[in-house]
Structure formats: C-alpha cells, structure tokens
Design a binder for this molecule. Structure first.
Ligand code: F6R
Length: 631
C-alpha cells in the first residue's frame, strides 16, 4: 500500500503533487508528505503531517513552495507508528536526498545496523529511511569518481543501492545535487510514468496521472528510470536501456461525485443495480442462430474444454466472491474447484496437477499476495515440460490496466467503475456475477447442465437490477432502524450454509472493517462444535436462510442460537419457518443459486448504518487501504 507521486519539469510542482496524492489516498491515509526542490534556495523543502492529506494541506496553508520538481507520499504504516517522524519523504543526514517508498525493505535492519556503525543517526522507525542514507553514501563515493552528469550520477547511485535491497518497493528519489532529475524504480509494486512535453510524472496508479496526461508508460518489474524535463530513460535489471511505445490511458479522470449520499460506500451500495445491468449488457449476448442468451467472455472455447480442475487465488472480500464461485463451479458446472488465500498459496501451494485453470481475483489488480501467488504458479507450471501442466489463467479484476492485467491476458473486466469506499461493495457484486458467468459458460461447454437449467439461471440474472433497486431502498430503512438498536454491541455472529456461507463471512468482514465491532461468520452447522459457547443475550446472530437445500437446517441452527438467548436477525423471505426470527430483513423468494446476489444487500447496508451511526469514517476505516501492495 502507500501511494507515491513524483513530478519534474512543471512550472509549479506543488499543486500537481497534492492533486496526485488526493487520487492516491485510497492506498493509505496514516500520514502524508511532500518534498520539493525549492527553486529559491535550491534546497529540499519537506513538509509532512500525521493522518489524512487534509492535515498536510492545512499545514501548507495555501503557502506555495516554489519548485518544478518534487515527490509526495500517502502512507499506510508498516514499520513504525503513524506519526510525523515516520511520515515520508525520508531524508539523509544532510537533507539533500529525499525518498518516498511503497513496499517493504525486508533487510532494512541489517542495513540500518551497518549504517549506525558508520555513525548515521536515524530519525524514524521506518524501513525506508535506510534508502536516503545509502544513496547519500553512494553519491559521496561516486563524487570521488567525478561523474559529470548529475542526473546520471543519481541514477547510478540509486541503482547501486537497490541491488542491496531485499523485499518489494516502488520508490522515487530527489537529490538537491541534480535539481531537475528524478529517479524512480520498482520491484513488485506498481509505478506508472506519465508523459507530457517537458513535464513528466510518475505515480503508483493512473488516477494520479490522469489529470495531467493520458499518455503513460507502465514500468516493468526491476526497472529503474531517470526523469528530467528532457525526457525519460528506462533501464532494465540488466542495465540495458529499454525502448517501448507509450500507451494511451482510456480512463479520463473521473470525478466521482458522492451525489447526495453521506458516504461513498452508501453510494456504491446504491450503484449495484447499475453495476449488475452493465455487467449483464457486457457479457450476455443473444446467439444469432438459436436466439438463446449466452455468456460471452473474450476467450477461446477450446481454452475451457481441456480444463479438469480450477484453483482460485484471492484475498479478503475477493476470496469470499471466489468461494461463492467455487460453489457454482462445482455444484452447477461440475468442475472440482479449490479456493486459496493468496498469502497461504504462496508458501504452501498444492501439488501440481494437470489441466488446471488458475483464476486470480482482485478488484484492484495490485494485491501483492495475489500477484505473487499467480507469478509463482506461472513459473512452477512453466517448468514442467508437459502440455497438460501449462499455466491456464484468468484474471477477474476491476482494473484491467493493473499489474494483474499485465500478467494475465485472459481478463474478465468486471466493469464496476471506480470504487472509492475502502470496503468493497459493488466490486464484490461484479466479481460474484463474473463467477456466475464462468459457471454458466463451463456448464454450457462441458454439457453438465441442460439448456433449460442454463436459461433459467440466465433469466434469474436478468431479473436482478429492478429487484436490487427495491431491495436497497427497503433495507436502507430497515438497516438504519436496526443500527439504532445495535450500534453499541460488541460481538455479532453471522451464519450461512452452502452457497450462502461465504455471504455470512462477507457480512462479518464488512461489519468489522468499518464499524470495528467484532464479528465472525460460521457455516451454520458448525456452531454447535464450538462457537455456540460465545452466545448469550448480548450477542446477536444474523442468519441467512434462503429456501432450498439447507433452509430447514439453517432454521434449526438459528433455533439453537435462540435457545441461548441471542437476538435473531433473519436474512430470508417471509415464509414458513422464518417466524422464529426476532427481526426479519425480507428478501424476495428466488432460486437458491441466485440468493447470494440478494442476501448480500441487507448485510452491506446493516454494516454501513452501524458504522455511520457510530460516527466512524466509513469510507476510510482505520488501518486499511484500498490496494494492499505489501505482503
Ligand atoms: C474488504 C476489502 C479487502 C479486499 C482485499 C483484496 O472490503 O476490500 O478485504 O477485498 O484486500 O483486495 P483486492 O480485491 O484488490 O485484491
């Protein structure tokens, strides 16, 4: 996480840096800072503030710092508390080198120990601070070699330093000795260069650049670049100059208006009927020969035919979408499927099996663990000299221009539009739909479901948008009412079974991440094997009971909770059996397979209203970031 931005060649660097940081604040908001080479003094002027960017802005208090070149950072704390001393940029002891970094330098303690032995005094608890000190040391050595071009000297110094760094990073370096030159470098963290005429920008993500240019050069892993008003030089890991054509950014800067909503999260919950409509328009087509509706993903059908098993790699909310997907792929399409936490898969991958499809799910397309796990899978499969073991890959993402989009060519672009709220809602929805699409396509190609069953499921998907509109309107009110009674609770248990078990997990995750209330999701049948010990009248139980295979079982499990005095909230249609609930958040009756697409709505709204009622920062909850680019 963390967002970095760097500019050179601009008449006035400061507003561009601020604007860039505003667009990157979703990556972390523990502190923010900016360093500019002050054109009046030729020294680096550095300003930092704890907390959100607005604090840095009021510190600057409309004072401009004259300068054409600068770097900025918005932090999600890894090493060192969210305090001013740990805010980036970090400088060397002479204050002539400033660095911003996104990533983790794993061997920083060894490097720090060595520098301290040489007499360097550290001012922060961060891993990053070793970098400016090491660069300054390198510059001193290179100075003795008398290199002429200062920008090139900085480039060589940074290159020498990064060879000693272990871990992942994206960094930007400023040196008062080369007052027009920026050096940027990346390893396993995103960095994109924006090109203008005599003006260049570099940032962790495209929205930070889109205001300035739509011509970009995404940097590849292990690349380092020198940016001056004269142009950009990019070098690969082998130090060879890299030449490639820039690409045009197809998203023009989108000013996302909160409309009349109090928070982006609520707006994004309300966006979901539109999300569903857009997804259906994009991926469902009418077959011109037989008039039937079909899924139209941009992949060759041969690709699907050879697949015998599926593995899905994801984190957090994306993993919950993957779990619903796994249920559909196994139970509807008949393909054995496993879902893995990306962070676990990396260090304990399953044994290699032939004809596997690997699906990476990540709304941001930048989650470090997911990217690394997919890379690992590509590598280990490529090493087997057998056609049946080749990597077959699909990415499900909201950002086809992201790292995963560059890694995998078969992309299901979920097209949910920019999601500002850190807690994922509409992107989760569009991920879910993408799994319905995959399950339908597999069932069609493998012949595991009849045409009628497939058409029935497709028609149910088509009915969603208006159903969702009503559901959101209705439960926005009921959730607000419930929030009034429950905003002070300490623990909540969510129960679901079968295809709705992952929805129970997602309901619990939403509640805890934005309201800071402890919440846990369980498969309802597991309650009696331990978690039931938690229950008493202070612990409400939210139970998802959709008519179908496991309805009676869930109702019995809810009874068991009621017998322990828990207040029972049901997410279910009004039907026989649901009278046991103390409060019913009514869902329209539907095919059980479709029910997750309805059940998630009241859960999102309940979390939202509880957090809003507690007066919390719903869109930027503490300790979280929208894009998790560290391990
Ligand atoms: C929860 C949430 C996170 C993300 C997780 C993975 O609301 O947003 O749990 O789902 O960090 O992020 P992506 O999907 O970007 O890989």
């Amino acid at each position: 996480m963390c967002g970095i931005v760097a500019v050179t060649g601009f008449k006035n660097a400061l507003p561009l840096l601020i604007n860039g940081l505003e667009k990157l604040e979703y990556r972390g908001y523990d502190s923010a800072g900016i360093a500019i080479i002050n054109s009046e003094s030729d020294n680096i002027t550095c300003n930092k503030a704890e907390g959100k960017l607005k604090n840095l802005k009021s510190l600057l208090n409309k004072n401009n710092i004259p300068g054409t070149i600068g770097i900025g950072h918005t932090r999600w704390a890894t090493h060192g508390k969210p305090e001013v001393k740990n805010a980036h940029p970090h400088c060397d002891s002479s204050g002539t080198v400033a660095v911003v970094q996104n990533g983790i330098i794993e061997n920083y303690q060894d490097l720090k120990n060595k520098l301290e032995k040489e007499g360097v005094v550290f001012n922060s608890d961060t891993d990053t601070e070793v970098i400016p000190h090491l660069i300054q040391r390198e510059l001193n050595t290179l100075g003795k070699l008398n290199l002429e071009n200062n920008g090139s000297t900085l480039l060589v110094a940074v290159r020498n330093v990064i060879t000693d760094l272990e871990g992942s990073y994206a960094l930007a370096v400023l040196w008062a000795g080369a007052p027009n030159s920026l050096v940027v470098a990346r390893r396993q963290a995103p960095l994109i260069i924006g090109l203008g005429e005599g003006e260049f920008m570099c940032a962790s993500d495209t929205p930070a650049i889109a205001n300035f240019t739509n011509i970009i050069l995404p940097m590849e892993d292990e690349e380092i670049a020198l940016l001056t008003p004269l142009g950009v030089e990019i070098y690969g890991a082998n130090n060879e100059r890299q030449y490639r054509n820039p690409i045009s950014l197809n998203i023009s800067e989108q000013i996302i208006d909160k409309m009349n909503f109090k928070h982006y999260m609520l707006k994004e919950i309300y966006d979901q009927p539109e999300t569903a409509k857009n997804w259906l328009e994009k991926y469902l087509i009418k077959n011109s020969k037989n008039g039937q509706l079909e899924i139209d993903f941009p992949f060759d059908t041969n690709f699907f035919e050879s697949i015998e098993r599926i593995e899905i790699i994801a984190c957090g909310t994306s993993k919950h979408a993957a779990m619903v997907g796994s249920f559909l792929l196994e139970q509807f399409a008949g393909i054995p499927t496993n879902v893995f936490y990306a962070s676990e898969f990396r260090y304990s991958p399953p044994p290699l099996l032939p004809n596997i499809l690997t699906i990476g799910v990540t709304q941001s397309g930048e989650t470090a663990d997911t990217i690394a796990a997919i890379n690992m899978e590509i590598t280990r499969r490529s090493l087997v000299k057998d056609e049946n073991f080749k990597p077959n890959l699909i990415a499900i993402t909201n950002r086809s221009d992201s790292s995963i989009g560059r890694q995998i060519s078969n992309i299901i672009d979920i097209g949910a539009g920019i999601e500002i709220g850190v807690a994922a809602t509409k992107t989760f929805y569009a991920q879910l739909l993408s799994f319905y699409g995959l399950a339908i396509q597999f069932a069609q190609i493998k012949g595991t479901q009849s045409k009628e069953e497939i058409s029935k499921l497709i028609l149910e998907l088509f009915k969603l948008p208006p159903l969702l509109e009503d559901l959101i309107e209705k439960h926005n009110q009921s959730a607000e009412k419930l929030a009034h009674d429950f905003f002070n609770i300490k623990d909540v248990v969510f129960l679901g079974r079968g295809i709705n078990y992952p929805i129970a997990l997602e309901g619990a995750l939403k509640l805890k991440e934005i309201s800071y209330i402890h919440a846990a999701g369980y498969p309802a049948g597991e309650m009696k094997h331990g978690p039931i010990a938690l229950l008493d009248k202070k612990v409400p139980v939210i139970s998802i009971a959709s008519p179908g295979e496991v309805f009676d079982k869930v109702i019995s499990n809810a009874q068991e909770a009621k017998a322990r005095d828990s207040y029972l909230i049901g997410i279910a249609p009004k039907c026989n059996g649901t009278e046991i609930f103390d409060y019913l958040m009514t869902i329209p009756e539907s095919n059980e397979l479709i029910s997750p697409l309805l059940n998630i709505i009241p859960l999102q709204l309940l979390s939202y209203h509880i957090a809003a009622h507690r007066g919390l920062d719903v869109d930027q909850p503490r300790n979280l970031a929208k894009s998790v680019t560290v391990e």
